[in-house]
Ligand binder design. Structure first.
Ligand SMILES: C[S@@+](CC[C@H](N)C(=O)[O-])C[C@H]1O[C@@H](n2cnc3c(N)ncnc32)[C@H](O)[C@@H]1O
Length: 237
């Protein structure tokens, strides 16, 4: 990819100052779980499913589903450094303020089944083989509700082409949002994409959390503020 082709990322890469313990996690532990796009994906075991979470935020959903499904492998993509540091904190049990002595390890009992891509997922797409992913999660993506910002929305024809390419036939794309503009936008975009079939058969199917769901930070915020999220599941045809 030419440098001039690099897509512009409109979100935040950094938030509040990352303090000592989380800085150590980023410096010393992240390289252990970092995905190298130049190398074939290797988890050290043969996963039943390979899943991808795009924009995992503070990592609560990713860490939760990866722990609940140790037989699967997970790729998590996130640009926001504070969020990545939070995921690492969940994986190691090292919280801000902790004194780190010695090697940093995964919490006992966790399978080493997460690889982190610490950049814009669109830069990773070329390295992901066709039909290599079983499930994709896009949870509470930035809604960019203003009309003039619509081109920034992640659900768009270009990204959907890539998601359709990397998903296996019968694979699932799970999109959740609490924003009415993003909901209508997504329903329309997905309707116009012949590669995907909406699996809902009645209102309940998309207004309730799917079984085994782990709530994300943005979902919890939406619920606290009285907004009801929707859960749109699509199957790759
Ligand atoms: C509104 S937040 C939602 C975070 C999380 N999914 C949740 O529900 O709590 C959207 C996240 O997606 C990340 N993001 C947006 N576009 C991305 C991209 N192209 N590649 C990787 N991460 C992205 C942002 O950095 C941000 O942390």
């Amino acid at each position: 990819m030419l440098l001039s082709d690099k897509p512009h990322f409109f979100g935040r890469r950094k938030g509040r100052r990352i303090r000592k313990a989380k800085s150590s996690l980023l410096r010393d532990f992240l390289p252990r779980v970092l995905l190298d796009p130049e190398k074939p994906l290797n988890f050290g075991f043969k996963p039943q499913k390979v899943c991808l979470e795009i924009g995992f935020g503070d990592g609560v959903h990713l860490a939760g589903i990866a722990a609940a499904n140790p037989e699967n492998a997970y790729i998590g993509a996130e640009v926001f450094q504070n969020g990545i540091a939070n995921l690492l904190s969940l994986l190691t049990g090292i919280k801000e303020g902790a004194e780190i002595t010695g090697d940093i390890r995964l919490l006992p009992g966790l399978n080493d089944n997460i690889r982190v891509y610490d950049n814009d997922i669109r830069l990773l797409f070329p390295a992901l083989p066709a039909a290599s992913i079983d499930e994709i999660y896009l949870l509470f993506p930035d809604p960019w509700p203003k009309k003039r910002h619509a081109a920034r929305r992640f659900v768009n024809p270009e990204n959907l082409t890539q998601l359709a390419r990397i998903l296996k036939k019968g694979g699932k794309l799970q999109i959740a949002t609490d924003h009415p503009v993003y909901k209508s936008w997504t329903l329309r975009q997905m309707h116009e994409t012949p590669d995907f079939r909406w699996t809902a058969t009645c209102g309940r199917d998309w207004k309730r959390e799917p079984a085994g769901w782990v709530q994300t930070k943005y979902q919890q915020k939406a619920l606290r503020e009285g907004r009801r999220p929707v859960f749109l599941e699509y199957e790759r045809q």
